[in-house]
Design a protein around this ligand. Structure first.
Ligand code: F6P
Length: 547
């Protein structure tokens, strides 16, 4: 493979400059940094697309940021970003362009893959989705027996599930309450069984969402869903067309499944699964919130795309977040990154980011095919506040590990009731303050705590957070927020010199599972695995039948 980056990242003088800088500033306390620089809270902020970022509570100085921006310049972040927006085949290991930005391109300008402008096809699919969503929501799309559709069940996994499932939950306050949307992803039969047990097949419509239309989990669930429907429809295959639609790049497989390809919503190989929310993969979301709200979501994505493309590096939100993440990951020894939204509607946000970030940058081979000698993608995790506070925040406050975190909050609640929102926001601000500044032994003593108990009550502080604030959680805000993280991941992929848009690491397990499935189904299989795997398979075969 042709290499684009001959020099290892560690050999860059800009990397070495950060090594030296980390040795000097690494332990500087946020208390001291705030005391030293009275303008810090004002200066270390940036905003775009309705999102305000306060990054002053990070363990950085102006010099740290300058060195990090030098690294961004040296690694060609702007150049690579422009190559993506131009439609170049930057996904080199799969020889594809990476153009999720075309899906929300609201500029009216062409975006080309090779010589072909992709925008007419993008717009045509969006229009097809809108017609379908309106028909389902308005009751014009009827089931086979003439009943209205009351529930849409999306069957997909990974990028064909997490994005729309997260966004449907996030935007529930904008959703129709007459047509419900559910999501089935796991091949565990429990998932489909529980999501359909109270549904009437005559009022249920399935969206089979799979880029490849070959994914084991999705095809298994789709086949069982079809059997469930047909059992209620007297095995009349004609019913399938009124109760199944498909979202895929694979027309042949969709037809083979029995879905009328007029009810297929296309997308393209230049849309990565985890970046596909704005494509037809967003169909269940569009059914839920309606085409107009979906357009607002696209507007939000586009606003952040434009910001990422045009803002100078030092005011560029995805660049700033990407660099800060790299700072902790590569120079301060943090191996995880927590995302803690103070909004219950965002309860699946971290799950979506896990795939987005970890499937993109969970790589150990650089673009020249060498094993990296530095850390790459972090472990991403999180839960909504305030729930997390009563679960794992203890470790963030007083544990031995450094856990940088993004705190996300909204000035207005979607469900204003009493003083709930002020209490929620008070907790959000309090956590950022407590994590950064902690409580010294002197402060604890001054409260009258017996000296022997003081060590247990001390909060070291110096725990870094980014604060992301927006007015309210709307479709546009959500679009901007998701795009912010997509581009942050992009920036980090460039900093770490890895290919962010493939996912070869998921292949081996898939292949082995296929082999083992045959052995589970065979009468007398000859097992040739390691001793542990062989024994486990034998044990399972011996115990799987009840009795
Ligand atoms: O297993 C990983 C993966 O390939 C993801 O990247 C993708 O989002 C998911 O599987 C689902 O793939 P598909 O949409 O082709 O069913």
């Amino acid at each position: 493979m042709k290499t684009t980056q001959a020099t290892t990242r560690r050999a860059l003088p800009e990397w070495a400059a950060l090594d030296a800088h980390a040795a000097s500033i690494g332990t500087a306390h946020l208390r001291a940094l705030f005391k030293r620089d009275r303008n810090r809270a004002k200066r270390m902020t940036a905003q775009a697309a309705g999102l305000f970022l306060d990054y002053s509570k990070n363990r950085v100085t102006a010099e740290t940021m300058a060195l990090l921006f030098d690294l961004a310049r040296a690694t060609g972040v702007a150049r690579e970003r422009d190559a993506m927006f131009r439609g170049e085949a930057i996904n080199r290991t799969e020889k594809r362009a990476v153009l999720h930005v075309a899906l929300r391109n609201r500029s009216g300008k062409a975006i080309k893959v090779g010589a072909r402008d992709v925008m007419p096809a993008v717009k045509a699919v969006l229009a097809q989705m809108a017609t379908f969503a309106d028909a389902v929501r308005g009751g014009a799309w009827l089931g086979y027996t003439g009943k209205r559709i009351r529930t849409v069940v999306n069957i997909g996994i990974g990028g064909s599930d997490l994005g729309p499932a997260m966004a449907y939950e996030a935007l529930k306050s904008f959703s129709s309450r007459t047509v419900g949307v559910r999501f089935v992803s796991n091949v565990d039969g429990t998932h489909l069984a529980e999501q359909t047990r109270d549904l009437d097949p005559a009022e249920t419509l399935f969206i089979i969402a799979s880029k490849t239309f070959t994914t084991q989990e999705t095809m298994t669930n789709a086949a069982s869903a079809r059997a469930w429907l047909l059992a209620a429809m007297g095995n009349n295959a004609a019913a399938v067309a009124r109760h199944f639609v498909a979202v895929s790049t694979n027309r042949v497989a969709v037809r083979a499944f029995g879905i009328d390809t007029r009810n297929m919503f296309a997308f393209w190989d230049w849309v990565g699964g985890r970046y596909s929310l704005c494509s037809a993969i967003g169909l269940p979301l569009m059914v839920g919130i309606g085409p107009r709200a979906f357009e607002k979501l696209l507007d939000g994505f586009y606003a952040m795309d434009r910001h990422f493309r045009t803002a100078p590096l030092d005011r560029n939100l995805p660049v700033i977040l990407g660099l800060l993440g790299a700072w902790y990951n590569n120079w301060l020894g943090a191996s995880t990154h927590a995302v803690l939204p103070y909004d219950q509607y965002l309860h699946r946000f971290a799950a979506h980011l896990q795939q987005l970030d970890m499937e993109s940058n969970g790589k150990s081979i650089d673009r020249a095919g060498r094993r990296v000698d530095y850390e790459t993608g972090p472990i991403v995790w999180g839960e909504p506040g305030t729930n997390g506070q009563h679960a794992f925040y203890q470790l963030i406050h007083q544990g031995t590990k450094l856990v940088p975190a993004d705190l996300i909050g909204f000035c207005r609640s979607c469900n204003p009731a009493g003083d709930h929102h002020d209490k929620l926001m008070a907790n959000l601000f309090a956590q950022a303050e407590a994590l950064a500044f902690g409580k010294t032994a002197q402060e604890v003593l001054a409260e009258g705590v017996p000296p022997a108990d003081v060590p247990f009550r001390v909060f070291e502080g110096n725990r870094p957070t980014n604060m992301i604030l927006a007015k309210s959680l709307t479709p546009a805000t959500l679009g901007a927020l998701v795009a912010l993280y997509e581009h942050k991941v992009f920036v980090q992929g460039i900093l770490w010199n890895v290919y962010s848009f493939d996912q070869w690491g998921v292949q081996l397990g898939k292949v082995l599972a296929g082999d083992i499935l045959k052995e589970l189904e065979a009468k007398r299989p000859r097992l040739r695995h390691d001793a542990s795997t062989n024994a486990l398979i034998h044990r399972y075969r011996a115990h799987r039948k009840p009795g």
